[in-house]
Design a protein around this ligand. Structure first.
Ligand code: CA
Length: 427
């Protein structure tokens, strides 16, 4: 099942390889020069100004306006009924054979439909909390093998629960934001004690982020089925990681400064509704899960993913990894149900990183640490340059899409360029 390619009277939305057809309608926050930030959806190479549509009375949502704001949180908090109402109204307004109200009103069209090239994208929602999981089996085995040896690659709890830790919401940034190489404690190999220095093993992690729409109550767990209902959508997520800082600091409480300096997400949130036709099962369970983690149906998605790397001055990026979200062992609803299982309250705008998405083959690994096997097998880029980790000026791009029959539900891109470490004279 791959859904339907709904045609729009916005011609650019009908291109078979485009990321933003009418069946997608991903939400974001944008502004134009001198104007306030507000919510929009992507359609072909246009942005639909939802605040303008709402002000014109064309969206028909109950209650006070939600789209004339610099974040999607109020809309997300409204819950599934409102999400479905907005989606069906937008589909009717923009379908090739739909409601002529907007299509036949040139004045209104000019106000509502803006070329994406004329806008700046912002962080799409206020991030309430950021939790990062570790639910890719190939990634966990690869990293475990490098950090602890192949006998202890998978921790004993890994097949029973989605391992996670509480990351930083304060440094989640929208794709396009430049990233500063971090300083940190690093223990050089062979040394007894650490030094404080800029990271030299700077990496990406290819992940998908699930965005919580409706909150849960403190003290009250939620089922996997309930968790699935509260997820508003998904973003591409780059969990920037300083491997040399991580290797020294991570035991016993997990990564800290190695991952706290930045996390990038794509500007567009692709809704769970748009991805619904692409649902797939999680892999067979090697160990039976406890009943609270049982899935009532397929909860992963078939989403093709790519990582591209482009050094300064290079004309083209090199695709360094191709993989798929269906490689995950635990789904986002399972992660969310586990997160709330103690009674932890989940909030509108909580962001759940899937964990690095690596496939079984070398070409499908979702981090440079794995691709270069800890620096022992550097990659060769199309420019002839070699890379084990990220150099200053390198641009890293994540992209992905669910492939339908003649159309794609795309995520656009999540881009970040590495700036040199700050000069520090105080140390
Ligand atoms: Ca991660």
């Amino acid at each position: 099942m791959s859904g339907v390619h709904l045609l729009s009277w916005i011609e650019s939305a009908n291109h078979p390889a485009g990321h933003f057809p009418l069946a997608n309608l991903p939400y974001g926050v944008f502004s134009r020069q001198g104007e306030a930030s507000r919510c929009g959806v992507a359609l072909g190479d246009m942005v639909v100004d939802l605040a303008a549509l709402e002000a014109a009375g064309l969206l028909g949502l109950d209650g006070p306006p939600v789209f004339d704001q610099p974040a999607l949180n109020d809309f997300m908090a409204r819950g599934r009924e409102a999400w479905e109402a907005a989606r069906s109204r937008l589909t009717a307004l923009f379908a090739a054979t739909g409601d002529p109200l907007l299509r036949e009103d040139p004045g209104l069209r000019a106000k509502v439909i803006l070329p994406v090239a004329s806008v700046v994208m912002h962080l799409p929602f206020k991030v309430a909390g950021y939790t990062d999981f570790y639910s890719g089996r190939h990634h966990a085995e690869n990293v475990g093998t490098m950090f602890r040896g192949s006998d202890n690659a998978l921790p004993p709890n890994w097949l029973s629960l989605p391992i996670g830790y509480n990351g930083r919401a304060s440094t989640v940034v929208v794709g396009g934001t430049q990233i500063r190489r971090p300083w940190g404690q690093i223990k050089p190999s062979g040394a007894d004690l650490p030094v404080f220095a800029p990271s030299r093993r700077l990496d990406i992690e290819l992940e998908l982020g699930a965005v919580v729409g409706t909150p849960s109550q403190m003290g009250v767990p939620i089922s996997v089925a309930e968790a699935a209902e509260t997820i508003f959508g998904y973003v591409l997520l780059n969990d920037w990681s300083a491997r040399d800082i991580q290797a020294w600091e991570y035991q016993p409480l997990g990564p800290f400064q190695a991952k706290a300096f930045a996390t990038s997400i794509s500007p567009w949130v692709v809704t769970a509704a748009a991805l619904a036709p692409f649902r797939v099962d999680t892999p067979p369970r090697e160990r039976e899960l406890l009943p609270y983690l049982d899935e009532p149906g397929p909860m992963l998605y078939d989403i093709d993913l790519e990582v591209l790397m482009q050094p300064t001055g290079a004309e083209h990026p090199t695709v360094i990894s191709r993989t798929n979200y269906r490689e995950m062992y635990y789904s986002a609803p399972q992660q969310l149900a586990h997160h709330a299982s103690s009674g932890c309250r989940m909030e509108t705008g909580d962001l759940l990183g899937s964990g690095t998405i690596s496939g079984a083959t070398r070409e499908s690994r979702g981090s440079l640490l794995e691709l270069s096997w800890g620096g022992k097998e550097p990659l060769t880029l199309s420019t002839g340059e070699s890379r084990s980790f990220i150099e200053d000026g390198d641009t890293m791009t994540l992209t992905g899409w669910a492939q339908g029959d003649g159309y794609r539900i795309g995520f656009g891109a999540c881009v970040g360029t590495m700036l040199p470490a700050l000069e520090r004279k105080d140390i």
